[in-house]
Write a protein that binds this ligand. Structure first.
Ligand SMILES: Cc1cc2nc3c(=O)[nH]c(=O)nc-3n(C[C@H](O)[C@H](O)[C@H](O)COP(=O)(O)OP(=O)(O)OC[C@H]3O[C@@H](n4cnc5c(N)ncnc54)[C@H](O)[C@@H]3O)c2cc1C
Length: 417
């Protein structure tokens, strides 16, 4: 089933009766070439690129709930390529380029909106850091512009510029950054993978990983045993629990990240805006809701809902930056389980078990990585060699201390991310 403007018009005029399900609801087979554990954005994009780029379609994606029910459908949808460090810089650059062609590639409307991201700074020191980051982004070949205080005022007239504690000095703008509709991204990759022969199996929880003589043999699931030549663990906040099934102890902590959405309002925020002095960022959805979030809940948890002290913290930051937000009514809040790595950068690597691969450590920034991560993980699984943009995402950097990518400058302290 191909989507087009003509098809939408025709279906609209004939009662929308011609749409078929977007993917096959497959039953598990006894054996696959590749089993992917986790039907989030990263698992689905890996399956898609395995089939599309490498012709490997005897693949199953096993999802314990429903496709898109994890973080891929819970995030605040920001897409950008403004990372600083070698390793992250080229990876996110590659991912953003894939985003820019994704709707054509998938023949699916993921509502990609390159509305620009404005990261504010509030001191001379922060300006220096922003200039340095901007130069490094431009060296990578991506776009970054330094905005003066007056430039920012023109773009964002509703901010509080004379706030005594956190006056706004200027900002770094990335015009190609923006937002996309999160669950549509999962559905688009699911549809593309299914069309190419991948089995998408929902309500199928992996409960064990079978390893014999250091070689992976398959998985145990709530729907029976499945043999596999290769198995990939791509389960975001559940990474430590699933890796433990293969006897691995990961350098990952799981923390909750909350998000909030207000009632629908007339268009008032045109960009993604990030506060430089507190954890707060905001954009406006196409339905009009203000979508915003802040910092992690500061202790490890597997509960997909947050706690009130962080709610208060985020609301305070919002009120500090843009007092007008106080008039909006919050409709919903929710949480997702983040797979926090010690240096804030992800892992895409083989493991010590032959045929077992690991994709995790996306912290609170893995939505923008979905296309790039799937592309690179598929390459790794298909060829057993790292894909160049993701070559630094090695697991052993946490054992050797070599090659750490401390993007936030926080050191190996999860609570400072
Ligand atoms: C509130 C919030 C805001 C965020 N904002 C942004 C943002 O603006 N920009 C950005 O880039 N990133 C953002 N993120 C981060 C981003 O959402 C995640 O990094 C990314 O979605 C994680 O990868 P995923 O999509 O594969 O994860 P998930 O969608 O969580 O996929 C993992 C899947 O594995 C399944 N699973 C787990 N265990 C098993 C098992 N035993 N058997 C079978 N299946 C299993 C889960 O059910 C789940 O569906 C945000 C996250 C949250 C929660």
């Amino acid at each position: 089933m191909a989507f087009s403007g003509w098809r939408v018009l025709k279906e609209g005029l004939t009662g929308n009766k011609g749409w078929a399900p977007h993917w096959r609801d497959a039953a598990p087979k006894d054996e696959y070439d590749v089993v992917i554990i986790g039907g989030g954005g990263h698992g689905l994009s890996t399956a898609y690129y395995l089939a599309k780029n490498h012709g490997i379609s005897n693949v199953a994606v096993l999802e314990k709930g429903y496709l898109g029910g994890g973080n891929v459908g819970r995030n605040t949808t920001i897409v950008r390529a403004n990372y600083f460090l070698p390793g992250n810089s080229e990876f996110y650059s590659h991912s953003l380029k894939l985003w820019e062609g994704l709707e054509d590639d998938l023949n699916y409307n993921v509502m990609m909106s390159q509305r620009g991201q404005i990261s504010l700074f509030h001191s001379d020191g922060q300006r220096d850091a922003a200039i340095r980051r901007g130069n490094s982004i431009r060296n990578q070949g991506d776009d970054a512009e330094l905005l003066s205080r007056d430039d920012v005022k023109r773009h964002l007239p509703y901010l509080d510029y004379d706030q005594a504690r956190f006056p706004i000095y200027g900002a770094l703008l990335q015009r190609r950054a923006g937002t996309a509709r999160h669950d549509a991204v999962a559905w688009g990759f699911a549809r593309g993978a299914s069309d190419r022969g991948v089995d998408l199996i929902q309500n199928c929880e992996v409960t064990g990983i079978d390893v014999e003589g250091g070689v992976v043999k398959g998985v145990q699931t709530s729907r029976g045993a499945i043999k596999a030549k290769k198995v990939a663990i791509i389960v975001a906040g559940r990474s430590s629990q699933v890796a433990a099934m293969a006897g691995m102890r990961l350098p990952i902590e799981s923390h909750i990240l909350q998000a909030f959405v207000t009632e629908g309002l007339k268009p008032c925020i045109d960009h993604v805006v990030s506060f430089g002095m507190g954890h707060f960022y905001i954009s406006q959805s196409d339905k009009g809701g203000l979508v915003f979030g802040g910092d992690l809940d500061m202790y490890s948890s597997y509960a997909a809902r947050g706690n009130l002290p962080l709610v208060e913290h985020v609301m305070e930051a919002g009120m500090t930056l843009m007092p007008m937000i106080g008039k909006a009514k919050v409709l919903r809040s929710w949480g997702g389980i983040m797979d926090m790595s010690p240096d804030g950068s992800p892992i895409i690597d083989k493991t010590q078990t032959q045929g077992l691969y690991l994709n995790c450590g996306w912290c609170y920034g893995g939505f923008k990585a979905v296309p790039g991560s799937g592309y690179s993980t598929a390459h790794l699984i298909a060829t057993d060699t790292p894909h160049t943009p993701a070559a630094r995402y090695r697991l052993d950097r946490f054992f050797t201390g070599r090659g750490l990518m401390d993007e936030e400058g926080t050191g190996s302290q999860h609570n400072l991310h």
